[in-house]
Design a protein around this ligand. Structure first.
Ligand code: TMP
Ligand code: ASP
Length: 239
């Protein structure tokens, strides 16, 4: 399968058309950005790590019954995916308060939430991805129906249940994560984009060490070492 035209370029990936109308190729870039692109850097090998980590997690989720866009990982930096119309809602699922939740609501960093929190953000870089509620989603016509919105919440929670248990066995706390969904040509909702240390927060269960993009956001260093450690845990023995 070969890349044809560049369809879209985001901060961390490029999307290309292929000879197959229903398949696209995603190229994972080495770019690292934070604060809506204000902070930017590159880390050689980061794209390949996120491609491999996303592949492993998409396969895990597929096997557990979550429909995803994943098809194949032909080489280090490329993933073949089913073509979807991306739903412009970023679904954030949180187990522990940190990041923008702590900042916005004054909940102490590291507080375990009494139940899993699902939030929606409007995927609009020019607006800085603002937090939105169900009614905003419907008013903005971001989703076909209220029941599809409920389905996004259900899928977000289900993905959390699967990944949280998986990472716990690897000695990692899944603090929070962001997922994106899209409609395929038949109108099915598929998990899309990526699931990686760029889009999740992982804290080591013993040391609380951050093993995700917060190392870049907060200037903690050793970004690639952390991503390599996440992949090693995913592929390694359970603890
Ligand atoms: P937040 O605490 O900054 O809102 O982030 C919540 C989760 O979403 C965290 O795991 C990082 C992820 N995330 C993205 O994947 N993309 C983004 O643009 C932002 C702001 C967060
Ligand atoms: N993804 C956003 C950016 O690239 C923000 C973040 O992940 O912190 O700027």
């Amino acid at each position: 399968m070969t890349k044809k035209e560049l369809l879209y370029e985001g901060k961390a990936k490029r999307l290309f058309t292929t000879d197959e109308p229903n398949l696209l190729i995603a190229e994972f870039k080495d770019d690292l950005t934070a604060f809506n692109g204000e902070k930017h850097s590159q880390e050689a090998g980061k794209g390949a790590l996120n491609n491999k980590i996303s592949t492993e997690l998409f396969k895990l989720l597929e096997n557990a019954g979550i429909p995803t866009h994943f098809v194949d990982r032909p080489d280090d930096n490329h993933m073949v995916v089913k073509k979807v119309d991306i739903i412009l809602i970023e679904v954030v699922v949180r187990n522990i308060a940190t990041g923008s939740l702590s900042k916005r609501l004054g909940i102490e960093d590291g507080t375990k939430l009494p139940f899993t929190l699902v939030e929606f953000y409007y995927k609009r870089d020019d607006l800085g991805d603002p937090i939105i509620n169900d009614e905003h989603c419907l008013i903005l016509d971001l989703i076909k129906s209220e029941s599809d919105l409920e389905e996004l919440k259900r899928l977000g929670r289900e993905i959390n249940t699967i990944l949280k248990a998986f990472f716990a066995k690897k000695g990692l706390n899944l603090v929070d994560f962001k997922v994106e969904f899209g409609y395929d040509s038949e109108g099915n909702i598929l998990l899309a984009d990526e699931i990686s240390p760029d889009s999740c927060r992982f804290w080591d269960m013993e040391t609380n060490e951050k093993l995700d993009k917060d190392r870049f956001r907060q200037g903690l260093g050793n970004v690639k070492v952390a991503y390599e450690e996440v992949l090693k845990r995913i592929l390694g023995e359970d603890k």
